[in-house]
Design a protein around this ligand. Structure first.
Ligand SMILES: [Zn+2]
Length: 100
């Protein structure tokens, strides 16, 4: 875990979870609360989990669509299934607040 590399206590951290990452915010928060007890610098850390929508680009008509949880990714303009995911698959650590 990236967060455990800090020697100073971390008071809060924010992560963005893409809706196509396969992870949901609630379980991440739940497991983080269990795991953080094993790390001195994370004991009091509050984790903010922000779920972000995905974006796909249509390879037929070129338009971009915002998607939230559809299992099949159709273009919202021409309904083609030939789409490419351009955002929403990642989990990103956005910020951490460190106590000194
Ligand atoms: Zn299209």
């Amino acid at each position: 875990m990236l967060l455990d590399e800090s020697k100073n206590p971390i008071s809060s951290a924010s992560i963005e979870v893409g809706c196509l990452s396969g992870f949901k915010p609630e379980p991440i928060g739940f497991y983080f609360d269990i795991i953080k007890k094993d790390y001195n610098n994370l004991k009091d850390c509050v984790l903010n989990v922000i779920e972000i929508d995905g974006r796909i680009k249509c390879e037929e008509c070129g338009s971009e669509s915002r998607i939230s949880n559809q299992p099949i990714l159709f273009c919202q303009k021409c309904e083609s299934g030939k789409t490419k995911i351009i955002n929403g698959k990642d989990i990103n650590l956005c910020s951490i607040e460190v106590n000194k």
